[in-house]
Design a binder for this molecule. Structure first.
Ligand code: IPE
Ligand code: IPE
Ligand code: MG
Length: 228
């Protein structure tokens, strides 16, 4: 099998990683964020065309206030770091999720990142912030309901076009770090036939080598799509 075209990663385990070191959870987020740049570069070098990173879910707002505010500040900072990286590497960035729920400064940095990299043709870095798959599908249904007059017009392709991931192919490989084996409201529609890879490694320890291991595992899979 060729290298996966689209790899999606649930970045998990920052908090537990920090706690195991006797540090506050926010330290785990700071260290975890530092993995974004090297992993993005490594994905690009492997020939991956789309890399989706689940950074903040619609449910993550229910965490303690100080943790949420640290995450929002970190995300705003990484919009700038990602912009520099994307411009260096010829990559474009897309923000996936409900942008209307983002703090103003983060929204501004996110919009700048998308606009500054929109013309690039290299790997697409999809950063999922304030993202929840059920929320995405509801927003898509509302938009579709306003547009579509005849329900028979609605096909899988039509619906896909209303999702935040419009024009992005479904993930070939989903990686989740930290040993948890669940989807946690990530890309429920898009993951229909995605290969799943779970690793016990926490996100702050997820190296380029770990990414290669996941891709190698994918290359030995047999995707049948319901056929024989
Ligand atoms: C992933 O790490 C980062 C986010 C979900 C924002 P966690 O913060 O979920 O860390 P654990 O899973 O509690 O260890
Ligand atoms: C999923 O991780 C969300 C992100 C990685 C952004 P969580 O840590 O929030 O998921 P649960 O609560 O373990 O399912
Ligand atoms: Mg977690």
């Amino acid at each position: 099998m060729p290298v996966p075209k689209h790899v999606a990663i649930i970045l998990d385990g920052n908090g537990r990683w920090a706690k195991a070191k006797g540090m506050p959870r926010t330290y785990g987020h700071i260290q975890g964020a530092k993995r974004v740049e090297p992993i993005t570069k490594a994905a690009n070098e492997l020939g991956i065309k789309y890399l989706s990173l689940y950074a903040f879910s619609t449910e993550n707002w229910n965490r303690p206030k100080d943790e949420v505010s640290t995450l929002m500040k970190l995300l705003a900072k990484y919009m700038k770091i990602c912009q520099k990286l994307c411009l260096q590497e010829g990559m474009r960035a897309r923000i996936i999720g409900d942008k209307s729920g983002l703090p103003a400064d983060l929204l501004k940095e996110a919009t700048e990142l998308e606009n500054a990299t929109a013309e690039n043709t290299g790997m697409c870095l999809c950063i999922c912030i304030n993202y929840g798959s059920r929320d995405e599908m509801l927003r898509a249904m509302r938009k579709m309901y306003a547009d579509v007059k005849d329900p028979d017009e609605i096909t899988e392709e039509t619906f896909s076009r209303y999702l935040d991931t419009a024009d992005i192919p479904d993930p070939d490989l989903l990686i989740r770090t930290s040993g948890e084996q669940r989807i946690s409201n990530f890309l429920l529609w898009q993951l229909a036939y995605t290969e799943l890879y779970f690793t016990p490694v926490d996100w702050p320890d997820f190296t380029e080598e770990e990414l290669k291991k996941a891709v190698d595992s994918y290359r030995h899979r047999n995707r049948r799509y319901g056929k024989v």
